[in-house]
Design a protein around this ligand. Structure first.
Ligand code: ARG
Length: 583
């Protein structure tokens, strides 16, 4: 067991001895934010004391009296209003590093309680290009899926593409009247976007066009063979372009069940909601009302329009029901921009009214965790929403091309001697990594400014900096001929210098960082962790000679280099970012 898990287990026993009925799930051990005060910390006792209206410092004192961590810690302090700070024994740190060097773990362990999580992310709309707004959902969702999987959870990824709705009326009129077959061949989404824009402008001017679009939509909904054929073609053509982008980004989905998949269920769901008194009429439409909720009491959610059409909400309720029946998840995660916050509050509250919110099939299953993981906007350097020079939304494919192109310049300046094909491949990895990392690093709820120069810089908290740190470690092994990685006999790790200790301690908190990412849906924790790790590695490498050291110290330091490289590579992989051996 990793040392922090041991501390946590002992802490749980001590808390149970003092408060037999306490909920231990929230009693956690985390890295101490300031190394001056210890290696690990728990702040959980304060919440326990608060819930019982007792004195947190007294609770900390009582728990400490029952706490037996002598095997792992050399010291435990009570601090502040009732924290406990833990100091690891040097021998425990050294043993954990030696275990990692022998391949027993990479500072994380699979969870003893695997959950099933459905992650709904990316979800672009048919016949429209994926734009820069979809990048955040795609990249955040993908890194959450990777993190949860690495920790041993079951993950189901589902791309809820927008393949149904009123826009298809206009698209059908446009397709039949305006379609340029050659343009469709060359750039299908571009052509569909053109006809959509043309028709939507015309519908605003001309009531006859609007009526024509309405009729095409009614025909599609009624199962008209020709309209269904065209609609399916639009979906297939869009999917080809989406898949090209997903391929470049290395993103996979287990399922792509678009909005249309749920269509057959919508009428039944609306009937059920009305019969149960959850939805009622309002100005000719039907809506769910939330009188009992302080936040939502003035925000009814429409589930059927006055013309009989169904809403985004209706589809999402059907989607939720389907996911619960099909995958029995413990957790459903939606990754969209912040403007959909109200929508998801309504979905979660509406669903609990309707189905109670317990997992299906399970005996004593807990409440399902619904999470709306939302994010802010990407801004241009002028602080306004990020646009092309001519004021258009930035298409994702163009953005990725530009990233690779710019990275190619950087790589060619730095490593002019490498063959072009290799520079191209490095540029692909660096360019895509830079874009992804720039998106994952900021707190997801804040807006961020898109800056090529910043994200491609080789210094500072960027992907190229971390990729470079990795490649530099690999070059040490190239120089240490005959020492490609850690080789048996496994060296015992020696932590003689303070820089070695600092690096070792940072390595040891990799797993805790992954858990925090999964708990709070925040990959930025991992970005900052990796940046710190690279920094501590640099200090270590400057202070401690590796290749020139005495054989035993050399073997131990090479192992520290190797473990740092492994954690960097694994950490970046969880962020969806590749590495290269040489840059
Ligand atoms: N297609 C929507 C958009 O582009 C996102 C869908 C999010 N997922 C969901 N289940 N509503 O904004």
């Amino acid at each position: 067991m990793l040392p922090h898990k041991q501390i946590e287990a002992r802490l749980h026993s001590a808390v149970r001895a003092v408060l037999p009925d306490a909920d231990l799930a929230g009693v956690l051990v985390r890295p101490c934010p300031d190394a001056k005060f210890g290696d690990y910390q728990t702040t959980s006792l304060m919440a326990l004391a608060k819930a019982r209206k007792s004195n947190p410092r007294q609770l900390a004192t009582d728990v400490l009296a029952k706490l037996d961590v002598a095997e792992v810690c050399e010291r435990v302090d009570i601090a502040g209003a009732g924290f406990l700070n833990f100091w690891l024994k040097p021998s425990v740190l050294q043993a954990a590093l030696t275990d990692a060097a022998s391949g027993k773990h990479l500072f994380f362990e699979p969870t003893p309680q695997p959950r099933t999580a459905v992650i709904d992310f990316s979800s672009p709309n048919v016949a429209k290009p994926m734009h820069v707004g979809h990048i955040r959902s795609t990249i955040l969702g993908d890194s959450l899926a990777r993190t949860l999987r690495l920790l041993g959870h079951r993950v189901v990824t589902d791309n809820h593409i927008g393949d149904w709705g009123t826009q298809f009326g206009m698209l059908l009129v446009g397709w039949k009247r305006e379609l340029d077959a050659a343009a469709l061949q060359a750039d299908a989404i571009g052509e569909m976007e053109r006809i959509y824009k043309k028709l939507s402008a015309e519908c605003k001017e001309n009531p006859a066009t609007l009526e024509a679009a309405r009729q095409e939509l009614v025909k599609l909904q009624g199962g008209d063979v020709e309209n269904l054929r065209i609609w399916r073609e639009m979906i297939a053509l869009s999917q080809v372009q989406f898949d090209t982008i997903y391929g470049r980004l290395g993103v996979n989905f287990d399922h792509t069940l678009g909005e249309s998949f749920y269509n057959p269920r919508l009428a039944g769901i609306v009937e059920e909601l009305v019969a149960q008194g959850i939805a009622r009429e309002s100005e000719g439409a039907l809506a769910i009302f939330f009188e009992d909720s302080p936040q939502l009491k003035d925000q009814p959610a429409l589930i059927r329009k006055s013309d009989g059409g169904f809403n985004y909400t209706t589809t999402d309720l059907a989607t939720l029901a389907h996911r619960l029946e099909t995958w029995q998840p413990d957790e459903i995660i939606y990754v969209t921009d912040g403007r959909q916050q109200l929508h998801f509050q309504q979905i979660f509250a509406g669903f609990r009214k309707w189905r109670g919110g317990k997992a299906e099939g399970g005996k004593q299953k807990a409440e399902i965790k619904f999470a709306h993981v939302w994010f802010g906007s990407i801004l241009g350097e002028d602080g306004k929403p990020f646009k092309t020079r001519s004021g258009e939304t930035v298409k994702l494919a163009d953005l990725l091309d530009e990233a690779e192109e710019r990275a190619f310049k950087v790589v060619s300046e730095k490593s002019a001697d490498l063959p072009e094909a290799q520079r191209r491949e490095i540029a692909r990895v660096i360019g895509l990594g830079a874009v992804k990392y720039a998106d994952l690093l900021p707190n997801r709820q804040s807006d961020y400014v898109f800056s090529w120069d910043k994200m491609l810089a080789l210094s500072g908290n960027t992907a190229p900096y971390l990729q470079y740190a990795y490649a530099r470690i690999r070059s040490i092994f190239r120089k240490a001929e005959g020492t490609p990685s850690i080789q048996p006999p496994i060296p015992s790790i020696q932590l003689g210098q303070p820089e070695e200790v600092a690096l070792a301690k940072q390595l040891l908190t990799f797993g805790l960082t992954l858990e925090a990412v999964a708990e709070e849906y925040r990959p930025n924790f991992l970005c900052n962790y990796l940046y710190d790790l690279a920094g501590r590695f640099t200090s270590f490498y400057e202070a401690c000679p590796v290749l020139k050291a005495e054989p035993e110290v050399r073997a131990s330091r090479l192992a520290l280099c190797e473990l740092t490289a492994r954690v960097l590579r694994q950490g970046l992989e969880v962020l969806g970012i590749e590495v290269v051996e040489q840059m």
